[in-house]
Design a protein around this ligand. Sequence first.
Ligand SMILES: [Zn+2]
Length: 191
Amino acid sequence: MSLACPGYDVAMSERQIRLYGDPVLREALPPVGDIDAGVARLAQDMLETMYGAPGLGLAANQIGVRKRLFVFDIGDGPQAIINPSISESRGEWTYEEGCLSVPGLSWPIVRPKEVHLTGLDLDGGEISVEADELLARVFQHEVDHLDGVLLLERLDADTRREALRTLRERSMSAGEASSRRSGARSNLSKA
Ligand SMILES: [Zn+2]
């Protein structure tokens, strides 16, 4: 696997996922300048972390890195998008959405059904994708992360209040969390 990357330990390049409450998740990330080997390795680490979670997408600040890129795989293979931007959105679609940085919780969230996303690939080539439904959802969720926005901000006021209460109670009982953190496996979309 990552044998060509000296300096990485036995855990390979899977990194720790930052959780709700970590300030790096509230930061708007600066664009990537040079797309060099370091960026390629970062994308590889992000993919391994995403698959290990498992999730459908992962933004750089979810592993504490301040660079504007995300990775995803909704079943068509892994891909990294650098300096992404959503230029158009249309329609409405409700989808049960979760987040690897807010583990164990999910909500039906309404967002645009279709988006047009542009950015760069790891070779610096331009990407331009018309995305619908699940792919469009992952794109919106990840671009939100890169803007420092969590899915909690996409909830209606009542649901958000309830979610924040749950998260507060959870952090107060964090000491006992390790005994119940595995929870039920679910097939919800987490990114
Ligand atoms: Zn997320």
